[in-house]
Design a protein around this ligand. Structure first.
Ligand code: OAD
Length: 231
């Protein structure tokens, strides 16, 4: 069985990383994404953008994976043993899937623990705070290796190729508000795949899913993984 999973901020919510939308103190209710997560914002006020991502990076380093991350790593290993495969695509810029044990994770919105040179494009591991004077070896300015609004997500060819060979599509902890990720379920349906949503509440495109399970990811994901592995 080939399973395609798309995760979003909800899978890391119980690790204390916060979500962008939804009930409670969502990030984009407290901050304006246009001022913080666009190339224009970085050009206008790089110090402000660095401050926002530096705080998130520190928070991430102090966080730990939760039961949902661990269950998805177990699913990857078990499917591989049975000759199947898991494609795990995440919109999250955290590394909690990897720390939960997942081997192959496709970060379509980039990675917070990496920096990218705005001049030469080189990407490097980066765990410290970034500042306006942080420089690449080529002397270009460093920016967080994250995809901002108005930029093209990463690995799209690989993602669509994986959707082509999947048997089941699952979205976990994502509001379905941001494209192109929010359109994957429609692509999957068009290919005749069964689609399952695991989220705290109905997402914006909940009606596209055949199977919907609502509750905290730390509970719904492990029990769904058990169910799949028992088949
Ligand atoms: P959102 O914050 O939009 O949605 C998170 C979803 O997770 C919501 O539907 C919540 O109800 C749900 N949720 C919250 N707590 C949960 C829990 N404990 N268990 C399960 N679900 C829970 O996050 P994304 O859909 O990932 O992009 O957002 C997509 C993109 O929008 C992000 O990658 C980011 C953001 O702007 C960029 O920065 C480019």
């Amino acid at each position: 069985m080939n399973i395609f999973i798309l995760t979003g901020a909800g899978v890391s919510a119980e690790s204390g990383l916060g979500v962008f939308r939804g009930p409670g103190a969502a990030l984009w209710k407290r901050h304006d994404p246009i001022q913080l997560a666009t190339p224009e914002a970085f050009a206008r006020d790089p110090a402000l953008v660095h401050e926002f991502y530096n705080a998130r990076r520190r928070n991430l380093i102090a966080a730990s994976p939760n039961a949902a991350h661990v269950a998805l790593a177990r699913l990857e290993a078990s499917l591989a043993q049975r000759g199947g495969a898991l494609t795990l695509v995440t919109q999250n810029i955290d590394d909690l899937h990897e720390r939960g044990g997942s081997i192959r994770v496709i970060h379509m919105h980039g990675e917070l623990l990496k920096a990218r040179c705005a001049s030469c494009g080189a990407v490097s591991d980066y765990r410290d705070d970034l500042a306006v004077d942080s420089r690449c070896d080529c002397d270009g300015a460093l920016r967080p290796h994250v995809v901002w609004f108005g930029e093209t997500p990463l690995y799209m060819d690989e993602i669509y190729a994986a959707l082509d060979v999947a048997d089941l599509f699952v979205a976990i902890g994502t509001s379905g508000a941001v494209y192109p990720a929010a359109s994957f379920v429609r692509e999957a349906r068009a290919k005749g795949l069964r689609c399952c949503e695991l989220n705290l509440e109905a997402s914006e495109n909940a009606e596209e899913f055949d199977d919907r399970r609502y509750g905290p990811a730390s509970e719904t994901v492990p029990s769904w993984v058990e169910e799949i592995l028992a088949r």
